[in-house]
Design a protein around this ligand. Structure first.
Ligand code: PMP
Length: 326
């Protein structure tokens, strides 16, 4: 008989799928690391489990404890799976720009969900950063995960996502393109691929409204770069410790409209039903066309699943309301 002992054992070993139509104008092979296939339908299952295991090993997450995290939904889902199997309580602090589907999904897997306003500064007491910290201080036997600065986030990708990409491409990968939020994915995968082959180029996809690209290019944290945006999961108004800027060769920024349109194109033209950070990632990759040549093997990572966005960019009325559809 072949079976997993529990749902956590099914995390990882996701497929690599060739992108055909959307990348037809590029000279190179483009492959998608398709993270939707994780049990929580996102790449974040990997780092959620790793952060929990490392916290248990360090004695900071104890039996019967409560896990508290500020999460845009996907990390919360991964943490919830770990909490269920390992017997912890899970509290997710989420900002109100996140889709209703994400909140409902977290509740479905037993999380307590606290919703905070998006349009406040990170140090505002109502922000989701401040609220998660405060709840962790007030809740006995709790552990505040802090995926932004928790080194286990990046380590998970160094230990699993990176080696899978290297092995699935037989070491032929030349470029890695990925959306950046906490930075765990780009830094962990980037470190592994560059360790195996220092010539691999690592590109981050950023959003308008986020500080990463400007900071990478100038070393300046420019508050004028910060404003509300729609694409979920990528871009930040802070500099998380998990973004290793030294490993990143460059950033490209993608508009909310392009992210939404390309997410819909991935679904309709490739059969890839994904979230809008995937649309941003593929549009960012297309913007980098001049960097690719015939023999290159470009890997793009798709973080999560389209079901979380059916009321948003997959909905024509929503697209029109945002001015994204003519
Ligand atoms: N896309 C989505 C949908 C996400 O949830 C995240 C995680 N914030 C990212 C992209 C970015 O991944 P990372 O945090 O590892 O940079």
């Amino acid at each position: 008989m072949q079976y997993a002992e529990n749902i956590l054992e099914t995390i990882g070993n996701t497929p690599m799928v060739k992108i055909n139509r959307l990348t037809a104008d590029l000279p190179c092979l483009v492959l998608a690391k398709y993270e939707t296939f994780n049990p929580g339908n996102s790449v974040k299952d990997r780092m959620a489990l790793k952060m929990v295991e490392d916290a248990e090993a360090a004695g900071i997450l104890k039996p019967g404890g409560t896990i508290i995290e500020g999460t845009s939904g996907n990390t919360g889902m991964g943490l919830a799976l770990a909490a269920i199997v390992k017997g912890y309580k899970m509290v997710c602090v989420i900002s109100d720009k996140q889709s209703k589907e994400k909140i409902d999904i977290l509740k479905a897997v037993g999380c307590e969900v606290v919703v905070c306003p998006t349009d406040v500064a990170p140090d505002d007491p109502q922000s989701y950063y401040s609220t998660s910290r405060r709840l962790a201080e007030e809740t006995p036997n709790s552990w505040y995960v802090n995926q932004y600065d928790n080194p286990s986030n990046c380590k998970a990708h160094f230990e699993s996502t990176g080696p899978e990409i290297w092995d699935q491409t037989d070491g032929k990968v030349t470029h890695f393109v990925v959306g950046v939020g906490t930075g765990g994915t780009i830094s962990g995968v980037g470190a592994y691929l560059k360790m195996k082959n220092p010539n691999v180029k690592v590109w981050g996809v950023d959003t308008y409204g986020s500080v990463f690209k400007k900071y990478h290019e100038t070393g300046i944290f420019d508050e004028n770069e910060i404003y509300p945006y729609i694409t979920e999961g990528i871009g930040e108004d802070i500099l998380p410790l998990n973004v290793n800027f030294d490993l990143i060769d460059g950033f490209t920024k993608v508009t909310d409209k392009d992210a939404a349109i390309y997410t819909r194109r991935l679904a309709k033209e490739e059969g890839f039903f994904l979230g809008n950070s995937a649309g941003a990632a593929i549009k960012g990759l297309l913007q980098l066309k001049k960097h690719f040549t015939k023999d290159d093997v470009v890997v793009v990572l798709f973080h999560d699943h389209g079901s979380r966005y059916v009321g948003k960019m997959y909905n024509d009325a929503w697209m029109r309301e945002k001015g994204f559809l003519d």
